[in-house]
Design a protein around this ligand. Structure first.
Ligand SMILES: C[S@@+](CC[C@H](N)C(=O)[O-])C[C@H]1O[C@@H](n2cnc3c(N)ncnc32)[C@H](O)[C@@H]1O
Length: 255
């Protein structure tokens, strides 16, 4: 598992703004949970912090110390340190010795698990950390055969962003190639920072690996790991999941 990509936390925060209404969706679930929420792959606290601002206690777990460093600084700024505990750990092996009414794996972080074995190990570990009848919420994108074929071995611009507090710009490129046997996408991400004269002042090129999964696969993984699917949505305004959905949001219950 390579997560060196996440060492570049400032660039991550500029580029990774989440999906429409995902913060509100997970925060509402957190409020309904009436207990401490476990945020797995919490990153720089994009969801944990707004949730804590609404009064929810959160334990955030992430495998990247750099992401957590930034999360702690942001939580400090937002004055929610007393509501959040950030823990450096791996969702496949963590042992917190306590249970939660709700665990969540937002923003497709589950796709960083690169084999069925890793996915099952993580799901079993999550299940162990849930109260009886506790919930797991997560979201993944829905792969289409057409996209998998058309995007292979192609570069695309992910976006051009202004760097806060400067006149510099950040251009982000992704080169994607697929290993369809392992269902793994290797994304070579390039961050190119230019100053106001257009001079490149920094270029960072880092690989990022994800294992794309199909909706029925996720269903079977969850069932095998001892969960029952409670709800499936196609977006964060709770539209029903259907054949046109590009995102799969699942709420599963510990059986
Ligand atoms: C796409 S980011 C999501 C961050 C945050 N949840 C958000 O919504 O912005 C994925 C995060 O998962 C973390 N991650 C990847 N593999 C992990 C693992 N095995 N255990 C825990 N965290 C992991 C990365 O370090 C990264 O912070």
């Amino acid at each position: 598992m390579s997560i060196a990509h996440y060492d570049w936390t400032d660039y991550y925060d500029i580029v990774s703004n989440g999906l429409d209404r995902d913060v509100e969706f997970y925060t509402d679930l957190g409020l309904e949970a009436k207990g401490t929420v476990l945020d797995l792959g919490c990153g720089t606290g994009r969801i944990s912090i707004p949730m804590a601002l609404k009064g929810v206690e959160v334990v955030g777990v992430d495998a990247s110390e750099k992401m957590l460093e930034k999360a702690r600084a942001k939580a400090d700024m937002a004055q929610v340190n007393d509501k959040i505990t950030f823990i450096h750990d791996d969702m496949r092996t963590f042992e917190l010795g306590r249970t939660f009414p709700l665990a969540m794996i937002p923003y497709r972080s589950f796709l960083h698990l690169l084999s069925v074995k890793e996915q099952m190990t993580a799901l079993r570990q999550v299940r162990k950390h849930l109260t009886e009848g506790g919930l797991l919420a997560l979201n993944v994108f829905v792969p289409t055969i057409q996209d998998l074929y058309e995007q292979d071995e192609k570069s695309s611009t992910r976006g051009i962003y202004m760097i806060p507090g400067s006149e510099d710009r950040l251009v982000v490129w992704d080169y994607t190639r697929y290993d369809h046997f392992r269902q793994v996408a290797e994304i070579i991400r390039q961050y190119e920072r230019t100053d106001r004269d257009g001079v490149v002042v920094q270029r960072v090129v880092l690989p990022l690996h994800i294992r794309y999964i199909f909706p029925s696969e996720l269903h079977h993984l969850l069932r095998l790991a001892g969960f029952g699917i409670v709800e499936r949505f196609g977006d964060f305004s709770k539209k029903a999941f259907d054949s046109k959905s590009t995102e799969l949001i699942v709420i599963a219950k510990k059986l």
